[in-house]
Design a protein around this ligand. Structure first.
Ligand SMILES: *Cc1c(COP(=O)(O)O)cnc(C)c1O
Length: 373
């Protein structure tokens, strides 16, 4: 959901892509993004394109042909990173987990120590499964063997603590349209000083031109040398979205997402449904309740959309027909919305033949009441 003030910002007059005003907007975005990312990284910016452009920029700039690239693979977006790694000529080595499980510190550490790759990639917030991946141990092990760490923070940025510096993440990318509540079109990206040093020392030629981070740095920072025509309105939108996040306070925003996630889970479990991801590594922004036995998830979702205007996504790949994917993020993450959603969900499940054990809405309301004291 995009707040009205972000739509308003997008309708403001366009300036040139080399205008001083545009670079002021860029500077504001860079500063505000650092807070959301939890970093002091100088190289923090938004590049033109969606989250996948951020992913491709990370892979294209840091994964070299013939080099060993470890991907911690437990979902759809890990597979996309794998595919990009292969296309850029890397020797991709995967540690695999079933969709819905997180990697333990020990197994990730052992794998990285054994493989000794140049670069390690993982997905902090796997939108296909609902898993949050802890990253401190992954980064420590990678740094021990001299590797850089790429983290996909597409569905955590703006909704959960990403904490690049505290975790030791070297390269992180995201998108504008998930936790940041903007239209799609920009990919925030941040590089640690180690990553920049690595980029400076790189001698193999860049294979990508549009996503060449050195060229982009000369456009957005420093010389302001023309590279491409930035989508000006999207920068207005992103700045406004980040200002609204700063006004709420990132910590307050994370807490709001967590509270509403926990209330939703209380409601889901009261109805007798189960969450696909074990308690602990769950995303607050994207919830994955399991589809109850004998129920057609598509019919429930179609009913939710037709009768309640609520758009819930389905599982795909190995989770097709097995989970619902319920995004509760940005301005949508409110007490009223969680209660309304649970009510509508219960009605649609009933209509499709599932008998809830108890009222999900009441359980969530009880959760909120318990939080107040
Ligand atoms: C959405 C998503 C992407 C891709 O972003 P697009 O904006 O669709 O290109 C990458 N990784 C994760 C984890 C995502 O959820």
């Amino acid at each position: 959901m995009v707040p009205g003030r972000v739509y308003d910002a997008m309708s403001k007059p366009i300036v040139g892509h080399l205008d001083a005003f545009f670079f002021q907007v860029v500077e504001d975005i860079r500063g505000l993004l650092r807070t959301a990312f939890g970093t002091e990284n100088t190289f923090t910016m938004a590049i033109s394109g969606t989250g996948s452009a951020g992913m491709e920029a990370a892979v294209a700039n840091f994964v070299e042909p013939g080099s060993k690239f470890v991907v911690l693979a437990n979902g759809f977006f890990c597979d996309r990173i794998t595919e990009m790694g292969k296309r850029y000529g890397a020797e991709v080595v995967r540690l695999e987990k079933p969709w819905g499980e997180a990697f333990s510190d020990a197994e990730a550490t052992e794998f990285i120590r054994n493989e000794k790759p140049r670069v390690v990639a993982f997905v902090q917030a796997e939108t296909s499964t609902g898993v949050f991946q802890a990253s401190k141990a992954i980064c420590a092990a990678a740094h021990e063997v001299g590797a850089l760490v790429i983290a996909d923070v597409v569905t955590s940025l703006g909704g959960m603590p990403v904490q690049l510096d505290a975790n030791g993440i070297d390269i992180a990318y995201s998108c504008s349209q998930k936790g940041l509540s903007c239209p799609p079109g920009l990919a925030p990206i941040s590089l640690s000083p180690r990553a920049i040093e690595w980029l400076r020392a790189k001698t193999t030629p860049q294979r990508t031109w549009y996503l060449d981070l050195k060229l982009l740095d000369q456009y957005y920072d420093g010389a302001h040398r023309y590279h491409h025509t930035a989508p000006i309105s999207m920068f207005y939108a992103l700045r406004e979205a980040l200002v609204s996040i700063a006004e709420e306070g990132v910590e307050n925003r994370w807490a709001r997402h967590q509270r509403n996630h926990l209330a939703f889970v209380a409601g889901i479990e009261a109805m007798g449904l189960k969450m696909h991801v074990a308690e602990g590594p769950r995303l607050c922004t994207l919830n994955t309740p399991r589809v109850p036995e004998g129920i057609d998830d598509l019919k429930v979702r179609q009913r939710l959309l037709a009768e309640h205007d609520i758009d819930v996504a389905g599982g795909f790949g190995p989770l097709a027909g097995k989970v619902f994917r319920v995004g509760i993020m940005g301005p949508l993450s409110t007490v009223e919305n969680v209660l309304m959603l649970l009510d509508a969900f219960e009605k649609c499940l009933r209509a499709e033949g599932y008998q809830p054990a108890a009222s999900g809405r009441e359980a969530a309301a009880a959760f909120y009441a318990s939080q107040k004291s």
